[in-house]
Write a protein that binds this ligand. Sequence first.
Ligand SMILES: *[C@@H]1O[C@H](CO)[C@@H](O)[C@H](O)[C@H]1NC(C)=O
Length: 231
Amino acid sequence: MIPFFPASLSLTFLLLPRPSLSLHPSQGVSLGDPVTLRCHLPRLAAWVWLYQEGGWLYPKGKEKEQDAAEFSFVSTLRVHAGRYRCQYRVSESAEVSVESDPVELVLTDLRYPPSSISLHPEQHVGTGTNVTIRCWNKDYGATFLLHKDGSSEPIQRQDSSGGGTATFTLFGVTPADSGIYRCSYRPWHYAFMSSPLGDTVMLEVTPTAAPPGGPPGPKHTTDPIVHPQTH
Ligand SMILES: *[C@@H]1O[C@H](CO)[C@@H](O)[C@H](O)[C@H]1NC(C)=O
């Protein structure tokens, strides 16, 4: 008897492991730079597709089965910025894998004016101080990203309020928050385009407590008023 599986399609999806997609270089790609999207195949595959969300489909047939497929843009254009996924098919069947997790290709357009930045209350503060960093552009509605030198990912992101400004707060800073900060922004109308990194501010946090004016510290818990004499 020939087996008949009405559910064979969903069974197939479980059998072909999910590919993964990576971007090279992984960040800091400017408009006009080359970039490669590499689809890593957990099984040798004959066909690989790269999808751009809401955009193009890039199919690729391999002459020889391979464990990765590369899709390269020699010179990136604005239309290449976006969110990508890949998918593959093995040669001996029509089985198609599930899609990879998405990867975002963000392109820096050096024509966007860099973000301005200011820091409050001052560059040198004591541990426990709340520090605010304000970033602004020339009134583009945008999402601002706060970068700290030495961190590969932005440490905070925030939509601008009126006037093209975003205000980031670092609550109760410690010496580990010392460093150099900059902002970039992504205009709302071009979510995958970025300004270059802007001006820098430096923060130096000393290990001493913040000066008076903050909330009551732990020392107040031993204040005599906590242990009243009630004879
Ligand atoms: C820091 O901000 C938090 C939340 O607004 C506030 O509760 C706290 O009192 C502030 N600390 C200082 C030292 O100002």
